[in-house]
Design a binder for this molecule. Structure first.
Ligand code: SF4
Length: 442
């Protein structure tokens, strides 16, 4: 059970020595109760108190890490129910299922596509995280051969699933030094799976269709010395899955209920299941099929949900050259919010028209938000022009402001004497038309 700040304080040395960085032991205790500091910051806690406090100060959802050669996928350590309360930290690992009955050549081809798949979204590289092998033949050798086939072309972390733990052991001998996930342990099979997980230092997925059984199983497995547990709540339908996932998160965070304080895994067949699992609250997803056109929206959705809402995604302020501009070509201005930048840059690039894109530092905000917050004004735009020495780069001094901040044009003219200030369209999609009809005509 979580201890209150006062209960924690009673277990601290109460000398107020300040070595932890807080003025008093009570202040440190309050931060510890809120899980905002680590117990190790106080070097003077007795061993007896430490044992009591470590249990209390452990994260409400255990951090689980799957590792392979050069790759790591983490889940857990989340601290809020809703993203806007703080942020979600560890993006749910996206794993693609491959059945062990598949011909070796097909396994290799798919594994290679997964290894090589990479897509850029607003300057961020997005990738699928790993492969989940499912034993659908009930033959340990087939699983072992599938692991070998995957490892010949793909280094990403693995999950190994079988109904019998014995069918996983030959494959695990192939994964020396890795930290895979195995499963799924059930009420009937958990002991064998727990022994295997302990022996091979694997994380263990535990499946049940209700929370009581999941909690009971996780406690039994922990009692066998396996702490890296992943819960698989098996719902009857989409709504039931949402209820189970939400209750697990709520019990872990709000009640600090340790038997359910683990990340979850969702097996997903439909797009709705996948989107729901990303939003609420899977730590790992296993999807049945892999297609680039499916992976992209899933990865983008995941990226958007797991972005810190208080830290907009930004690009580096500065001058970007698009389609090899010449000194007579126009300069378009925008802010350094990634999505704004890429919307404008992609439209200009796609049109084939040459232009300079001047990205002003607006603390990562979009045009209108930044203007409303006083972060994108005439002074900042003029400063951006001077910072990149634009006067020396262009012979025809034309600066195109975003249409949404047309109101700034007079002030920018005053800040930048000698420059011709134009007001562009409000939407990036209209830039090519504006360029051809207005900029090329004059
Ligand atoms: S380091 Fe420990 S003893 Fe010193 S003030 Fe902090 S909590 Fe108290």
């Amino acid at each position: 059970m979580a201890l209150s700040g006062i209960q924690i304080y009673k277990l601290l040395p109460q000398t107020n020595c300040k070595e932890c960085g807080f003025p008093t032991c009570l202040a440190f205790a309050m931060k510890l109760a809120a899980k905002q500091v680590e117990l190790s910051a106080c070097p003077y806690v007795s061993e007896e108190s430490k044992a009591l406090l470590e249990e209390s100060s452990a994260p409400p959802i255990r951090l689980i890490s799957l590792k392979s050669d050069g790759y790591e996928v983490k889940a857990g350590n989340e601290v809020v129910m809703y993203r806007h309360e703080k942020t979600f930290y560890n993006k749910p690992g996206l794993f693609v299922k491959i059945k062990t009955s598949s011909p070796e050549a097909d396994v290799k081809t798919l594994a290679q596509r997964i290894q090589e798949y990479r897509v850029n979204y607003v300057g961020i590289d997005l990738e699928v995280d790993g492969i989940a092998l499912e034993d659908d033949t009930n033959e340990g050798e087939k699983m072992k051969n599938a692991v070998k086939a995957v490892r010949s072309v793909c280094k990403k972390p693995l999950m190994l699933f079988a109904t019998s733990a014995a069918n996983l052991e030959p494959a695990l001998t192939e994964l020396n030094g890795e930290s895979p996930l195995i499963g799924c342990a059930t009420a009937d099979s958990w002991e064998k799976f727990a022994e295997l997980a302990k022996q091979y230092k694997a994380s263990l997925a535990v499946m049940a269709d209700n929370l009581d059984t999941l909690a009971e199983l996780s406690e039994k497995i922990k009692g066998k010395g396996v702490e890296d547990i992943v819960l698989v709540p098996h719902g009857k339908n989409l709504g039931h899955e949402l209820i189970l996932q939400t209750q697990i998160r709520r019990l872990a965070l709000k009640s600090n209920y340790r038997p359910l304080g683990y990340p979850t895994l969702a097996f997903c067949q439909t797009h709705a299941q996948m989107a729901q699992a990303i939003a609420k609250y899977a730590g790992f997803l296993v999807i049945d099929t892999f297609a680039e056109e499916l992976a992209y929206p899933l990865l983008v959705l995941r990226q958007n949900i797991y972005t810190d809402p208080q830290k907009p995604i930004q690009v580096q302020p500065g001058l970007y050259e698009i389609n090899n501009p010449q000194p007579t070509d126009p300069v378009l201005v925008t802010t350094n919010f990634s999505i704004t930048y890429f919307s404008v840059a992609n439209e200009v690039e796609g049109s084939g028209l040459p232009a300079y894109l001047l990205v002003a530092d607006a603390e990562g905000m979009s045009v209108l938000t930044a203007w409303a917050a006083g972060k994108f004004d005439a002074e900042r735009i003029a400063k951006a022009v001077k910072a990149v020495n634009l006067d020396a780069k262009v012979t025809r001094k034309r600066l195109v402001l975003p249409g949404a901040v047309a109101v700034l044009s007079g002030e920018v003219e005053s800040e930048l004497p000698g420059w011709e200030i134009r007001v562009g369209p409000r939407e990036a999609v209209d830039i090519p038309k504006f360029y051809k009809q207005v900029l090329q005509a004059n």
